[in-house]
Design a protein around this ligand. Structure first.
Ligand code: 8YV
Length: 313
């Protein structure tokens, strides 16, 4: 039997690529190149597309694949995929939510603890030999403080659970109040920021959340407040954040994501009140394997009975 032909946009985990190659005839597309001429010639051959939250699947790519029947993406974020276009064409889009909730929530807390207690900065202090001649400055207590969550979705809920172990009070802001949440709802993000000691961004990316955390929200968070972002860089006005950090108008920030990653504005590098991570919240062996398994399972189930296992809403 001939294997279904799959186009893969960008590189994926080696074990995922091997698993794909076992069952499909895979061609890898370099997302940094202009592939339009190649696609015009070969696009009709592909029935499946694999991609990732990072590389997505834009309208032009979907349209260049006239026989496309299924998309399977590695990641929970799908703002880079033109889901509306896929829906118009009746193409189901599989993705990998839930399996990464724990690790992303762990990272949120890792960043929160690091920036409040200044662990990374203190590590640099020890390495510079400065402990020999001085004491590290006092930092900020975490336990018992107020945690505001922007985006009480699947990941937000796990972050809230982690917070109970730190005896933190949790409130959240969403577009709408959740009927089943044990936590208090703040009808405005500004109100949440004013209330919170720590504001964690856990909302989805995309145009609807672009720069939600702006200069005004940072002002409301205030000089004692910390911002944590494990969602998308686009949700925060990065220039406003830099100004607020530089001028001490917020206490600090822990960031796993950036607006134009992997480019991080160099101005951040000079600041000790910010912890910078290279988008690694889900990047453990266990979680990435579970995500890879779901990419494969979504395809397998589509080719078996016409439905991906977990489809974007
Ligand atoms: C991705 C992520 O794995 O799942 C997401 O949406 O941001 C990460 O967990 C990574 O960006 C690969 O595309």
């Amino acid at each position: 039997m001939t294997k279904p032909r799959i186009l893969q946009k960008g590189r994926l985990l080696p074990q995922l690529e091997s698993a794909l190659a076992e069952n499909y005839d895979v061609h890898v597309l370099d997302p940094d190149k202009d592939n339009s001429a190649w696609l015009a010639e070969h696009g009709h051959a592909f029935v499946g597309l694999t991609s990732s939250a990072r590389y997505g699947a834009e309208r032009a790519l979907i349209d260049a694949l006239p026989n496309l029947r299924v998309i399977s993406s590695f990641g929970v974020g799908y703002e880079t995929i033109d889901v509306a276009r896929a829906r118009e064409r009746g193409i189901p889009v599989g993705y990998t939510p839930d399996v990464l909730n724990d690790c992303v929530a762990d990272t949120a807390f890792g960043l929160l603890m690091d920036v409040a207690r200044r662990f990374s900065a203190a590590d640099r202090f020890v390495r510079r030999g400065e402990w020999l001649t001085g004491q590290y400055p006092l930092t900020t207590r975490i336990s018992g403080k107020k945690l505001g969550i922007l985006g009480m979705g699947r990941i937000g809920r796990v972050i809230a659970r982690r917070a109970s172990g730190f005896d933190m009070e949790v409130r959240y802001h969403n577009r709408r109040e959740l009927p089943d949440s044990p936590h208090a709802y703040e009808p405005t993000l500004m109100g949440l920021a004013r209330w919170a000691d720590f504001l964690v961004v856990a909302s989805a990316g995309g145009p609807e959340t672009r720069k939600l955390v702006d200069a005004g929200v940072l002002e409301a968070l205030g000089p004692e407040g910390f911002l944590i972002n494990i969602s998308r860089g686009s949700v925060v006005d990065e220039a406003a954040l830099l100004d607020a950090l530089r001028e001490g108008r917020i206490a600090g920030a822990g960031l796993d994501v950036f607006d134009k990653e992997p480019q991080v504005p160099e101005a951040f590098f000079k600041l000790d009140n910010v912890v910078l991570l290279p988008h690694v919240a889900s990047a453990t062996r266990e979680t990435r394997q579970a995500m890879a398994d779901l990419v494969i399972e979504n395809l397998r189930s589509f080719f078996a009975d016409g439905r991906v296992k977990v489809a974007v809403p």
